[in-house]
Design a protein. Structure first.
Length: 269
């Protein structure tokens, strides 16, 4: 009978630390193009394993050559993610709780959005602003024009001014960045949606059906502001209520998940 070595407390701690590091690295690249590159690397590794198993010498040689230069290629390909990881490590935020954000930064972000929404609503300028949360929205970001700028009310207002190149479509926000404008979103096919709602509202509802994103809509017909979440839309939402709901939902992603089933018990004031 083979001897099975006993697992010590030190081994368990070692496994837990390594697992946590891997988990944080996955969170770091989730929702970015790096995740697609990781899938490609996985395919290469599987191909190498199969070529070794079936003794396909030519294919195995090609895979070996790829591995020879693979380390350098990975460093080049993942340079943005590695730089971001090192920056976070230097700030001491890489291993901090990912579910919490600085309240002041959330206040600033929500404040900039609300300033732009109020300006657009008074002038009946249509707008659609999407807050990304846990679900990555890269596919929709890539459908628009990349901006990757800090969020500001002036920039949001200029984007939605009529007859400008980016006024049609949605703006997507990720954390503290305005990622892209003029993005195309999936339209909801819910037959029970009011016929009064146009394409902009249907796109917001559709996005909230396929993701956990929060969508703020300004109607160009009425100037009313609406909020779409979890496949529902609340129309003509008041500024104070919108402010509190956005802050509450963006403050903690974990808290938002726990409240997902009960959030729509809240009604328009």
């Amino acid at each position: 009978m083979d001897f099975i070595p006993a697992i010590s407390i030190k081994d368990i701690i070692d496994i837990v630390i390594v697992s946590y590091v891997i988990y944080k690295l996955i969170l770091l690249v989730r929702g970015t193009r790096a995740i697609q590159l990781l899938k490609g690397i996985f395919v290469v590794v599987v191909t190498w394993a199969l070529s070794t198993w079936f003794k396909l010498n030519t294919l195995q040689w090609m895979m070996n050559q790829m591995f020879t230069f693979g380390v350098l290629a990975v460093i080049i390909i993942f340079q943005p993610e590695l730089r971001r990881a090192l920056e976070q490590l230097g700030r001491g935020t890489l291993f901090s709780r990912s579910a919490t954000e600085d309240d002041q930064e959330i206040n600033r972000r929500v404040g900039e959005v609300l300033k732009s929404v109020n300006y657009l609503a008074r002038r009946k300028i249509g707008a659609l602003i999407v807050f990304e949360r846990e679900t990555g929205l890269n596919d929709y970001i890539e459908s628009g024009i990349s901006i990757e700028s800090h969020i500001s009310s002036e920039l949001l207002i200029n984007i939605f001014i009529p007859n400008t190149p980016l006024h049609d479509g949605a703006v997507l926000l990720r954390n503290n960045q305005l990622m892209a404008a003029g993005c195309y979103l999936p339209l909801s096919e819910n037959p029970f949606i009011s016929k009064e709602l146009g394409t902009r509202h249907r796109a917001a509802i559709g996005m909230s059906e396929v993701s956990d994103a929060i969508c703020v809509i300004v109607s160009e017909e009425t100037g009313q502001v609406s909020l779409a979440m979890n496949g529902h839309v609340i129309r003509d939402i008041k500024e104070e209520t919108l402010l509190s709901k956005l802050f509450e939902e963006l403050k903690s992603k974990t808290k938002a998940k726990e409240k997902k089933n009960s959030i729509w018990k809240w009604r328009k004031r």
